[in-house]
Structures are given as C-alpha cells and as structure tokens.
Design a protein around this ligand. Structure first.
Ligand code: HPA
Length: 245
C-alpha cells in the first residue's frame, strides 16, 4: 500500500480497504483509500477500542503514516474553544502542552532537538484554510493547548489556559512533534465541540456537534487533499538538518 497523504482521525470514507500496518511501536489499523484522486491512508487515532487520549500510541501512528509513504499528514482533532463557538473550525498555528505521561520523541537515546518555530506545515494550513472557506466556514487560527486528560478542565484551569492559548484538546501532542521528528508535513483542523470553561461539558453535546459536522468535515478534507501541492516547498522536509548535537 502506498499513500501520498495520511489523515489521522475519524472521517467518512467512501469504500477503502482495511489494512494493518506494522511498525516498531506496534501494529496500526487503518483504511487505504482514494480522496480527490490521491492515495490516502486514514488512521483512526483511537483505534477500534477507542483508546483514551493518554493511551494512544502516537509513535506507531506517525510511523504507520511514514511507512505507507505519506509525507503529508492532516490531523483532525476535537477541542473546547476559548475563542469560537461550537461547530466552528480552528487551524492551529502554534501549540503549548501540559501533558504528563506521554512518550514525546523518537530519539530517546540521542540528543535530537527539532526546531519548533513553525510546528504546523504552512502549505497544509493554507490548503485547510482555503478549503474551509470554500465550504462556507471562516476558520479561526490560534494556539492549541494540549492537556493530559482524560478529565475535562476545571474552571480554574481554563482561566489559566486562556492566557496561553485559544483551544484546548487532549490529542494534538505529541503527534505534531513526532511528525516533525520524521520531517513530515503536519497540520491540524480542530472541530470546536464545546465552549471551554462555560459550565458543565456534556459528552452527548460533543458527540452531537461531531456528528452534525461530519459531512462538512469530509468535504473540507477532500478540498484540502486536492489543494495540497504535488511538491513540497515548505521547510518541513529539512527538520532534521542540524538538529542533532
Ligand atoms: N477539553 C479538552 N479536550 C476536549 C474538549 C475540552 O473542552 N472538548 C473536546 N475535546
């Protein structure tokens, strides 16, 4: 199986073939499909048994994308937002993280320090933004805050996080860093499922926003895949140059 682009997250796919990709970090179940005339691999982040965010095997997912041949990754994340209403889309331009127990590097025994001044690929971000607009959604751009979870944030946490970022989720990190460590292009589209810090968060509300957005999200992903240029002109592919001590 060969894929140009990997999509991490849940998305409606028409057909496609179920595949299992073996990696040094474990096997990953995925769907090999075609979207907008390009070969893609769709990797449901939480697997068949819906692993909680702190148990997701992020390294295996990024390895599976790379071993399928994908050098571009589009990640789909759900978030609570401090800047925009439920149902809106946010394209992160930077991130900050407050996780505790996640392996966040492929280089545990070597001093590799990848540059993070541009964590998200500008070419994929542009494609995502244009595709959102083509579907009638004006996306927000902002800073993604990753918490460890699995509990949702307290009001005091949200008051603190507001001074660091715009949306809060549990799955965006370390994926973004691991992709950079493999010199892959990576960007995320976040679906806002709730307003963070605004009373009680109801999981049924989150699921209902997700299911309502499913069709739009699938079309935005199709439009994004068709807009990603054939050749990479960003600097993501050079992420490992001069990165090791
Ligand atoms: N907090 C963290 N993760 C989330 C949220 C939230 O409010 N909504 C969806 N994922």
């Amino acid at each position: 199986m060969r894929a140009d682009i990997a999509i991490i997250g849940r998305i409606l796919t028409h057909g496609g073939e179920r595949v299992e990709v073996s990696t040094p970090y474990g096997n990953v179940r995925a769907i090999s499909s075609r979207i907008s005339g390009r070969d893609v691999i769709v990797i449901p982040r939480h697997g068949d048994s819906h692993l909680p965010p702190h148990r997701v095997n992020y390294r295996a997912i990024i390895c599976a994308a790379a071993s399928a041949g994908a050098v571009r990754i589009i990640a789909i994340n759900t978030v609570g937002s401090m800047i925009s209403p439920p149902g809106s889309f946010v394209i992160p331009k930077d991130f900050i993280e407050f996780t505790k127990s996640r392996v966040s590097t492929f280089y545990e025994d070597r001093a590799v320090h990848v540059d993070m001044s541009e964590p998200y690929c500008p070419e994929i971000r542009t494609a995502l933004i244009e595709s959102c607009r083509a579907e009638g959604h004006e996306p927000y751009e902002g800073v993604y805050v990753c918490t460890e979870g699995p509990h949702l944030e307290t009001h005091a946490q949200i008051r603190m996080l507001r001074s660091f970022g715009d949306v809060v989720g549990m799955t965006g990190y370390p994926e973004v860093v691991l992709a950079k460590e493999r010199a892959l292009c990576y960007a995320s589209i976040c679906l806002v499922t709730n307003t963070a810090g605004d009373g009680q968060v109801d999981l049924s509300q989150i699921m209902s926003v997700e299911s309502k957005a499913r069709g739009d999200l699938a079309r935005i992903i199709e439009g994004t895949v068709s807009r990603i240029p054939g050749r990479r002109s960003c600097r993501c592919c050079r992420a490992l140059e001069n990165a090791e001590l």
